[in-house]
Design a protein around this ligand. Structure first.
Ligand code: NAD
Length: 490
């Protein structure tokens, strides 16, 4: 197996796709330009847009691997490859270098790499490495004359289509359970964050995976659509917006009914009750809207505070959001906690929502359009939105929160559930009975008690209602990359 090469620079990665164990030029002859949202400078004007011929090449190589060498790997060998990949990433600061490549175009601060991102990625690889030889089937007694066995079989060629906000973490979130169960993966990173995904690709062969098991195609929606429509791709694991998720499900239905997992947007509520530890509630809710500048699907963007503690909580929340401005800056500096938004389009979209929000709610923190270079949006807080206000109803995907007060459980439940989103909720209370009551009644795939905007690899993650279909993480992710086959023996 090849030894791991040094992590390439952006210049070395440009004009490259990763197909069948090699960096190759795209066949479409089309490229796009990648910008740095910190200073608006061009990172590369040569990121390839993979077209149909490139996708076919990747699917051919993926099928060859799936039916060929990869099918001969034992479950323990698959686990060893995942573990080896974790080791390679851990050595020589490889993962730090890969994540820093993405920080150039996403604006994610590198300060989160050692404290959060690195452990999260390595943890997922080791977690799924441990599962490979523990995936069991089933047996039912032959009392009716048939022995019944159930096998959980891989689906074949799968594709992952990713958003921009946590590129390598999302890549591993999809790829680790996909490969653990014996599938192969073609990954399309977001057009806003291709570099880290391209850089990590060559390490898969160094970890022992055969050529074609993991491949990367760059490009935007058009490339994603080719994957979603492809007749030989058996599953799309998608993370991104609701609008794109719907298109992917339609494309899957119109082509070969490929399996689809959709991890979509959110408008997560945090419910702060009068008996809560307010310091804890403040820390979680503020961090939950400022991490990655609010560009997180589970960001707590709606805060509901019980009236008896509202004045105190809101004053302190406002103060913390104002103070956070001091932590904004160049994402490549270690002191920075809040970087810019991902690109000019996001900057204009969020500023537009803030401007319209002024007419529909009380702006109490931030909201001043930054005119200097880069795509920076300062932490912004609105109070008491009008019913149906855009900033209250829609996902903003920026460091902008909306606060409302409530009298009682019944009222806050109705408010929190009055949305098509259903990804995450948070309940802050010391009353265990109330916490369990609320957890059962909140319409979201995940409920945090005395925490919010948090995920854990051991347990399913995903959305109710329009926030998604299917679950990632835990054993559920493994199930979503396999299909049961029943064997009846007479
Ligand atoms: P997006 O939907 O714009 O793009 C996501 C991906 O889909 C990109 O790779 C894009 O190129 C691709 N794409 C676009 N059009 C396509 C098409 N027609 N067919 C196939 N692929 C297509 O999302 P984004 O702006 O990159 O990310 C932000 C969104 O992602 C937010 O809504 C956020 O809440 C959501 N998100 C959800 C989760 C989750 O786990 N639920 C996690 C992170 C982000």
């Amino acid at each position: 197996m090849p030894s791991p090469q040094p992590i390439p620079s952006p210049a070395e990665l440009q004009d490259k796709l990763y197909i069948n164990g090699e960096y190759v030029k795209g066949k479409s002859g089309e490229w796009y330009t990648l910008y740095n949202p910190n200073d608006d400078q061009v990172i590369s004007d040569k990121i390839p847009i993979a077209g149909e011929a490139d996708v076919d090449d990747a699917v051919n190589a993926a099928q060859d691997a799936f039916y060929g060498p990869w099918s001969k790997f034992t479950s323990a060998q698959r686990g060893a490859c995942l573990r080896k990949l974790a080791d390679i990433l851990n050595e020589d600061e490889r993962l730090e270098k890969i994540l820093t490549l993405d920080a150039l175009s996403t604006g994610n601060p590198i300060s989160i790499i050692p404290t959060r991102e690195k452990n999260y990625i390595i943890g997922q690889l080791n977690y799924y490495a441990g599962w490979t030889d523990k995936m069991r089937g089933d047996y039912f007694p032959a009392d009716d004359g048939f022995v019944k066995l159930v096998r959980h079989e891989p689906l074949g060629v799968c594709a992952g289509i990713n958003p921009f906000n946590a590129p390598v973490a999302t890549l591993i979130m999809k790829t680790a359970p996909c490969l653990a169960t014996g599938n192969v993966m073609i990954l399309k990173p977001s057009e806003n964050s291709p570099l880290g995904s391209l850089a990590i690709a060559a390490l898969f062969e160094a970890a022992g995976f055969p050529n074609g098991v993991f491949q990367v195609l760059t490009g935007a929606g058009h490339t994603g659509a080719i994957l979603a429509e492809h007749m030989r791709i058996r599953k799309i694991s998608f993370t991104g917006s609701v609008a794109t998720g719907k298109k992917i499900q339609i494309a899957a239905a119109k082509s070969n009914l490929k399996r689809v997992t959709l991890e979509l947007g959110g408008k997560s509520p945090a419910l702060v009750f009068e008996d809560a530890d307010l310091d804890n509630a403040l820390t979680w809710t503020v961090n939950a809207i400022l991490a990655r500048s609010g560009q997180v699907c589970v960001a707590a963007s709606r805060i509901y505070v019980q009236k008896s503690v509202a004045e105190d909580f809101i004053e302190r929340y406002k103060q913390r959001m104002k103070e956070a401005v001091a932590k904004m800056g160049n994402p490549l500096e270690e002191s920075t906690l809040i970087g810019p938004l991902v690109n000019k389009a996001a900057f204009e979209r969020v500023n537009g929502m803030i401007e319209r929000g002024r007419l529909e709610a009380e702006l109490v923190v931030g909201g001043v359009r930054q005119s200097e270079r880069g795509c920076f949006v300062e932490p912004t807080v609105f109070l008491n939105p009008k019913e149906g206000a855009e900033i209250y109803k829609n996902e903003i995907f920026g460091p902008v929160s909306v606060i409302k007060t409530f009298e009682n459980e019944e009222e806050v439940l109705a408010l929190a559930n009055d949305t098509e989103f259903g990804l995450m909720s948070g309940v802050f209370t010391k009353d265990l009975n109330r916490a369990l009551r609320m957890s059962a009644l909140l319409e979201s795939g995940v409920v945090g008690v005395n925490c919010v905007s948090s995920m854990n690899v051991q347990v399913p993650f995903g959305g109710k209602k329009a926030s998604g279909i299917g679950r990632e993480f835990g054993e559920y992710a493994l199930r979503s990359f396999t299909e049961p086959k029943t064997i009846l023996i007479k």
